[in-house]
Design a protein around this ligand. Structure first.
Ligand code: GRF
Length: 224
C-alpha cells in the first residue's frame, strides 16, 4: 500500500495537500489545523468538506480562511450519488491525503478504492474492538478498563484497515458515555495530528500484511 513519499530534508519537502471531511462540530479538524500551523508542517489544508451544511466545523474553517464545501447528503437519492459528488469535491482540491474527522457517513467501496492508501480515519475506540456506532456504550457494556482511539488507513471494511497509531485512556468506575467520550476526545486531539504529521512527512511504511511502522522508531501508542 502506498503512503506519501518521504522527503530528504524539511526545506525541500513538497507541500502536501490535505482535504478534511467532517459532519459535525469539527474539534479534530481544529486540532489538526492548529498543529499544522503551529508546527509548520510541510502541508496545507486545501479543503474542508462537510456532509451537512450546518456542521459546526464548517463555520470555524470558513472563519479561518480555509476553503469549504458543504454537501447536504439529504439532497442525494442514494449513497452512490452522494459519494460521486463527494469525490468530485475532493478531486477538485487535488489532495494528497483525505482525512475523515468525524465524518459520519458510510462510504461506498468505490469511494474508498479511489483514495486507497491516502484515506485516513480516526475512530474513538481501540480497534479492532468496538467498531461502528455507539462505540463508548459498547466499551462500557464490555466492562473494559482501557479505552482509546485509533488512527487507521481506510479500507472497504468499516473501522478496519492498517493502524497508524493508537491512544489509550483509562475507563473510570462510574463513567457514562459522555464522560468516556470526552476523555477519549482529548486524546484524539493529540493523536490525530501526530499521526497525520507522520503521513505528511512520509515517516511511516505499510507492509503487505497492513502493519504500519513509524520509520523513526517513534512510539505509535500515546498513553494519556
Ligand atoms: C470523534 O470522536 C471521532 O473520533 C468520531 O466522531 C467524533 C468527531 O468529533 N469519529 P469532532 O467533530 O472532530 O469534534
Amino acid at each position: 500500500m502506498s503512503v506519501p513519499v518521504p522527503s530528504s530534508s524539511p526545506s525541500s519537502a513538497p507541500r502536501r495537500r490535505i482535504a478534511v471531511l467532517i459532519s459535525g462540530r469539527g474539534s479534530n479538524l481544529m486540532a489538526i489545523a492548529e498543529a499544522c500551523a503551529r508546527e509548520a508542517w510541510p502541508a496545507e489544508i486545501v479543503a474542508v468538506i462537510a456532509s451537512r451544511p450546518d456542521a459546526g466545523g464548517l463555520a470555524w474553517a470558513a472563519a479561518r480562511g480555509l476553503p469549504t464545501v458543504a454537501l447536504d447528503h439529504r439532497q442525494y437519492p442514494d449513497r452512490a450519488s452522494f459519494d460521486a459528488a463527494l469525490a468530485a469535491a475532493v478531486d477538485a482540491a487535488r489532495p494528497d491525503l483525505v482525512v475523515l474527522a468525524g465524518f459520519m457517513r458510510i462510504l461506498t467501496e468505490a469511494f474508498v478504492q479511489r483514495y486507497e492508501g491516502r484515506l485516513v480515519n480516526i475512530h474513538p475506540s481501540l480497534l479492532p474492538a468496538f467498531p461502528g456506532l455507539r462505540t463508548h456504550r459498547q466499551a462500557l457494556d464490555a466492562g473494559v478498563k482501557l479505552a482509546g482511539a485509533t488512527v487507521h488507513l481506510v479500507t472497504a471494511r468499516l473501522d478496519h484497515g492498517p493502524i497508524v497509531a493508537q491512544a489509550v485512556v483509562p475507563v473510570h468506575a462510574g463513567d457514562d458515555e459522555a464522560a468516556l467520550a470526552a476523555r477519549v476526545l482529548e486524546a484524539e486531539h493529540r493523536l490525530y495530528p501526530m499521526a497525520l504529521r507522520w503521513l505528511v512527512e512520509g515517516r511511516v511504511s505499510v507492509d503487505a500484511q497492513g502493519c504500519v511502522t513509524q520509520l523513526d522508531g517513534q512510539a505509535q501508542l500515546l498513553i494519556t
